[in-house]
Design a protein around this ligand. Structure first.
Ligand code: ZN
Length: 73
């Protein structure tokens, strides 16, 4: 990785971001919280919220879970 790539990665990454693995591990719990109280979900899992803000694929998974929870699927 050269300096330019390192900088790009640094700028992309929120220090609170827990990463895909950890976000996926709690995503169903997080989705359940969001469905009831989005503010509480962000407060309880700030690292997951930061990750979802930065990661399109995980955000899509959350959208799918929320759709399932609301019975839209
Ligand atoms: Zn992710």
């Amino acid at each position: 990785m050269n300096a330019r790539e390192r900088l790009a990665r640094f700028l992309r990454t929120d220090p609170r971001d827990v990463g895909c693995d950890e976000a996926m591990a709690v995503l169903h719990v997080y989705a359940d919280l969001v469905a009831h109280d989005a503010g509480a979900a962000t407060e309880r899992y700030p690292g997951v919220a930061a990750h979802l803000a930065a990661c399109g694929p995980c955000r899509e998974d959350l959208t799918g879970l929320l759709a399932a929870l609301s019975g839209d699927v």
